[in-house]
Design a protein. Structure first.
Length: 270
């Protein structure tokens, strides 16, 4: 039986941004597509009455979008411009925006003011924890807002649908381990709400992460069965396993298939 996703708070396709949790607000970027859903969520973290805030994933260098972020910032000092990962739909406008607000860009890995697992960024009275969650990409991180029991997930978990493992940068072994890590946080009650990089907030984080785990395991079983049935390459696996997926999404699905095949080869050798 296929995994059933939890019911989203709004209908897919209707998310326009706004409040994600008590201290976090989304400014929706004007870059909708089959891959980005309604667009990229730029999250502004901070108490409205505080002197500072943090901005996550400024998105594209679109003048109207950057101005809209500044309007939500509303004169507060931007302690840092954080990236959940470096895919352009999340990061392309980061440098421009950081210059505008006289801040700095921080991300995991080289080429920025590097973030590492366990780092804490402070904005006013809020602490924002950094969790390394590789898998979608090597440099994927999530940001934990303990005051709201909320986790900004980037593309590790989306508001609806499922994400790709962006092979070869992303690896399925890493992704499954990251989902298990998130499940530990949701199971303990530390994280109750997901604030994704695309789509609406997810008020039941525990159900959402277990849907992702179940879906990924089902897909892996389907790929394994396709290979056992004679599928010999990525295209033939796509035709069997992703037949019900719109063709416009097959280029992204092909990268997940590459990651799945690599994972299966590794488990066969071990």
């Amino acid at each position: 039986m296929s995994a059933t996703p939890p019911t989203p708070p709004v209908e897919p396709g209707t998310w326009t941004g706004g409040e994600g949790s008590a201290h976090v607000r989304a400014v929706l970027a004007p870059n909708p597509s089959p891959m980005t859903l309604e667009g990229t969520n730029t999250w502004v973290i901070g108490d409205a009455g505080a002197s500072s805030c943090v901005v996550v994933d400024p998105g594209p260098p679109d003048e109207g979008h950057l101005a809209a972020i500044e309007e939500v910032v509303d004169g507060r000092r931007v302690e840092a411009v954080l990236l959940t990962h470096r895919h352009p739909d999340h990061s392309e406008g980061a440098g421009v925006f950081a210059e505008r607000v006289r801040s700095r860009v921080r991300a995991e890995g080289p080429g920025a003011d590097d973030l590492t697992d366990g780092d804490v960024i402070v904005a006013g009275d809020l602490e924002i924890g950094v969790l390394a969650t590789p898998g979608h990409t090597r440099d994927s991180v999530c940001f934990y807002v303990g005051a709201d029991d909320a986790l900004l997930t980037g593309d590790t978990v989306l508001g609806w649908g499922t994400t790709m493992v962006a092979w070869p940068d992303g690896r399925l072994d890493d992704y499954l381990a990251s989902l298990d890590r998130l499940a530990g946080l949701t199971g303990s009650g530390r994280v109750r709400r997901f604030l994704p990089g695309h789509g609406a907030y997810l008020p039941d984080a525990d159900a959402s992460v277990h849907f992702y785990l179940d879906h990924r395991r089902e897909r892996l079983d389907q790929v394994r069965q396709a290979v056992e049935g004679g599928a010999t390459d990525v295209q033939s696996v796509l035709e069997v396993v992703y037949a019900d997926v719109p063709r416009e999404l097959w280029p992204a699905a092909s990268r997940s298939v590459e990651a799945q095949l690599h994972h299966l080869r590794g488990t066969e050798r071990s």
